[in-house]
Structure formats: C-alpha cells, structure tokens
Design a protein around this ligand. Structure first.
Ligand code: DQA
Length: 374
C-alpha cells in the first residue's frame, strides 16, 4: 500500500474552534479519522503531521524527500502558503506529487491570500473540509494511471488530461466536469470516472476549461469546449463520430449544448438543460449571473433546450435524490427532442462521479452500447 502524507500548517490544530464560519466545525482529529478509511478504500495508507512552526514543517518535508514509501503529499500550509519561500523550496525538492489544499476560497478573500509560494502539482481550495478528501482521491487517481497533457489553447485552464489504455479497443471519451461554473470546482471531480473508463479500454480526455473569475464566462467557457472538440480528432486520430462527450451537472449542460453540433454520443448526467429558467432557480441563479456577467446572449445560442436537436445518440441521466438539477427540466428536454434517451438512477447529484455507484454503472453501460468502438 502506498503512503500519503497529509500535512497541516499553523493554526490548523485549532480547526473546529477557529473561525468556524470560515473553516467549519470539524476538528483536526475528526478530519484525520475521516481521511484514514477513505485512504484505505483507495489502497492508500494516509498518515498525518501538523505543525505550527515553519522549521518543523520544513524538516518533515525534508524527510519525505528521501522516502521511497511516500507516494504523495497533501498539504494545507495555512498562512505560510502566502509568504514562506522556505516551505516552497522544501516542497520543490520533492519528486512526489504535492496537492495544496485550502478549506476556504483563498481567491475570494483578502488580496494577500491569492498569492502562493507553494509549488504544487494541483490546488484544491474553497470546497470546505471536503477539499482534503478530494485531494486524497486526486492522488489515488494520479497514482493509478499515468496522464499526458493535451493543450488546446495557450491559457492555463485550456488543457485536458489524456489517459491511454493499453491495447485500446474503444473510442474516445471527453469528460466535462461540473461545479456550477464556480472556479473552485475543477477537473479532478471527473477523474475517478475517467480512470474507470480507461480501465474499460476507452481513451479518455478529462477536460479543464475557463470558468467565470478565471478568464471564463459566456462565451469563453463554452468556446473552450468547442476548441477542444475541434482539435481532438487530429490529436487522437479518432473521428468525431467516435468521440463521446460525458458531462456532469454544469458540464452536462455544456455537453448538451455541444450536442447540437457534435456528431458523437452525448451523455449528460444531472444537467440543467434550460438556462432560460436558471435565473429563477434557487441553486442555478447565482452561477448563471456570474457566467453571463451582465451579458445577455440570445437563448438559442446557449441554452440546450432552445438549440437545434442533438446530432448523435444522446442520454440524459437523472439521479432520484438530486436536489441540484430539477427532474422536470430534464424531462422537458427528453420530451422535446424525440429519440433522446432517459435514465433514472438511484442516488444524488454527485453519485455519477463515484465509479462504484449504481448511477455511474448504468450511465456508462449506455455508453458502452453506443458506437464508440474503433
Ligand atoms: C487556509 C487559508 C489561509 O489563508 C489561512 O491563513 C489558513 C487556512 C485555508 O485552509 O483556507 O490558515 O489555508
């Protein structure tokens, strides 16, 4: 079993009692008790270190540098993130992947918190205490399957992670993550199902794209998906009909948007198909305002419900206990566009992201039966 070290910096021993309105009520001991079994389920031995002094943290990291048993590091360097060159240097010396975690949304707080001196291979922030679990899952996915980077533009978020199965027999699956277009939700959320598809013989591209606040919004966010799709056939040698789009939540909406021009299969899991109604939706109105940022494109340009019908085979999957994407809107899309498949699954909004779930099992079986074989 590979070992992963979770390091917490100054003041994080106070978790649960420290500004709970920002950092929540979970204590450090409770967090560690949650991460241990999560690691075991992913075949990782998770061990912990917390220190309030820079020197102690530098020394603990130094010990990892020569330790072949430690496969990766998750670190919340706390305030040291923003100014400690010593910590940055210590981490730069590691050959293992380093995931930087912040409980709060450091990009939307005081200006000084936007800066990081940490050379991380991946950053997770603004997802509350759950950010640590995402970091452990990200490391498990990284360690289980080698990736190559596919760049479809010059900007930092214009890339996808390619996973090549040995003796590839299937076509290409492009995964489009969700997260209500909030910038703290990134492509690691669809990594688990990307690895699952690679295991089943699909070539996969897990896509990142610009989100509002990070150079995205309407139309840049959607343009990114279009640019990636234009370039992928030449990069992979797979024709568009054999390229399946798999989107979750806001990414499901993007996949359905692309269904109007993309000829391959489209699997939209828990999408929000009618953006004209988003302004009056309790969950989607805020994200929609950020996406549009005062712009008002005409609806037929961007709302799947108002675009032309999907070109290829299309499935909309809904989870029975989803409180984010209303079933009525999914049904309205399926009713309007004849020939669209519909699947009702057990579980909730994020069940589709869990490779062992009933929801993902059923949705991915649909995909397997479509013509994405080479
Ligand atoms: C923190 C954010 C830092 O800016 C702060 O100094 C912390 C915690 C977080 O987890 O959100 O101590 O890293």
């Amino acid at each position: 079993m590979s070992r992963v070290l979770v390091i917490n910096g100054p003041n994080l021993d106070q978790l649960g009692r420290r500004q709970p309105e920002i950092y929540g009520r979970t204590t450090l001991a409770e967090l560690e008790a949650e991460l241990k079994p999560l690691g075991e389920a992913l075949d990782l031995d998770v061990v912990f270190f917390q220190g309030n002094e820079e020197a102690a943290l530098v020394e603990r990291i130094g010990a990892v540098a020569g330790d072949p048993d430690v496969a990766g590091v998750v670190i919340n360097p706390a305030a040291l993130t923003h100014y400690s060159r010593a910590l940055g240097d210590a981490l730069a010396n590691l050959s293992q992947p380093v995931v930087e975690v912040h409980i709060s949304n450091v990009l939307e707080r005081e200006g000084f918190r936007r800066r990081s001196a940490i050379p991380a291979s991946y950053r997770i922030y603004g997802r509350g205490i759950e950010g640590y679990s995402w970091a452990i899952r990200h490391l498990a996915n990284r360690l289980s399957w080698k990736t190559e980077t596919f760049r479809y533009g010059p900007l930092p978020d214009q890339y996808g992670d390619l996973r090549l199965p040995p003796g590839q027999e299937q076509g290409l699956c492009v995964l489009i993550h969700g997260g209500l277009w909030l910038h703290q939700w990134t492509a690691d959320t669809t990594e688990g199902i990307a690895v699952d598809l690679a295991r089943r013989g699909f070539l996969t591209v897990n896509l990142e794209y610009r989100r509002p606040g990070m150079g995205g919004g309407w139309p840049e966010t959607f343009d990114d998906l279009r640019s990636a799709l234009v370039q992928l056939p030449a990069v992979t040698g797979i024709e568009p009909e054999r390229i399946a789009l798999i989107g979750h939540s806001a990414g499901g909406t993007m996949a359905l948007w692309a269904a109007a021009f993309h000829p391959g299969p489209v699997l939209a899991m828990a999408p929000f198909p009618d953006l004209a109604l988003a302004a009056s939706d309790p969950v989607w109105s805020g994200p929609m305002l950020r996406l549009l940022d005062g712009d008002h494109p005409s609806l037929d340009l961007y709302s799947p419900q108002h675009r032309s019908p999907p070109l290829g085979p299309t499935l909309l999957a809904a989870a029975q206990k989803d409180s984010v994407s209303p079933l009525s809107l999914i049904n309205a899309y399926v009713e309007k566009f004849e020939g669209t498949d519909f699947l009702s699954c057990e579980g909730e909004h994020n069940s589709f992201l869990e490779p062992s779930s009933n929801a993902w099992g059923l949705a991915s079986d649909w995909l397997k039966a479509r013509k994405v074989t080479l």
